[in-house]
Design a protein around this ligand. Sequence first.
Ligand code: NAP
Length: 264
Amino acid sequence: MTAADPFSVAGRRIVIVGGTAGIGWAVAVHLTNAGASVVITGRRDASGPAMQAGMTFVPMDVASVPSVRDGFAAIAEQVAHIDCLVLNAGIDVHHGEIDDLDLAVFEQVFDVNTLGLARALACGIGSMRAGGSVIITSSPAGSVTTPGMAAYSASKAALDMLVRTWALELGQRQIRVNAVLPGLVESEMDAGSTGELEVIRRMTANGVHRSAADMGPVFQFLASAASAPLTGSLVGAHDGIGVGYSAEVMAHLAADPPDAGTRS
Ligand SMILES: NC(=O)c1ccc[n+]([C@@H]2O[C@H](COP(=O)([O-])OP(=O)(O)OC[C@H]3O[C@@H](n4cnc5c(N)ncnc54)[C@H](OP(=O)(O)O)[C@@H]3O)[C@@H](O)[C@H]2O)c1
């Protein structure tokens, strides 16, 4: 890539909150290989792998305000400013349906997925300057849900609105805020049952279970000048999950039609 390439992220200082595994790690590797200077954060100690991959690691638990403050203070000692802040940390923990709801887990999901990313932006925004890009990892689950996914879906729906609000708040400072909505992506989070993952795969238009590496170029686009007109956007990198009923879902329903007598 040359300096004139609008997709270039060479020399950009990029911080990935929740970059120690899965999509965050794969994006960090991609951006580092594309010439960016990358700092990853997370709860586990990833200093070894980060150093081997040419990045820096800073510990940070987004569920803790002091941890987020300390983390960004440590980052400020390493980089003069942040060009791109990726807010990617997220969890999806089973909390049951409404009659059997584990409220502590319900709160924990919001505390990380929504409040945690707000904490991170509040503490990190002071290090950003004009031309900066904030990228938030949301999910199609923010607009299409299933039984038992209340906290995860609602936490991501809230994020989608925060993306729009923050885009409006930061536009005057020439800082853009967008979201990436991955579909079914291999990671620690999607380590559910094979059957469950196969059902989700069939709900995508493209019929794909992606590797996390496939997300790298999408984040690069939003981190680069090529995406300059985008702010407040929810970028669906989801293979069409949630845009409607996939061909596989329709074929399944057609193969098992309800009895004519059950229709009212
Ligand atoms: N995989 C998918 O199919 C899929 C689809 C749509 C959206 N997403 C979203 O993509 C993002 C990444 O998920 P993933 O699939 O890559 O999952 P993952 O492999 O479990 O990675 C989650 C990342 O978030 C970090 N994290 C979790 N809790 C944290 C906390 N309290 N403080 C700081 N960091 C924390 C983890 O780091 P530590 O464990 O080191 O703290 C890890 O780096 C999430 O926001 C998720 O909702 C995933």
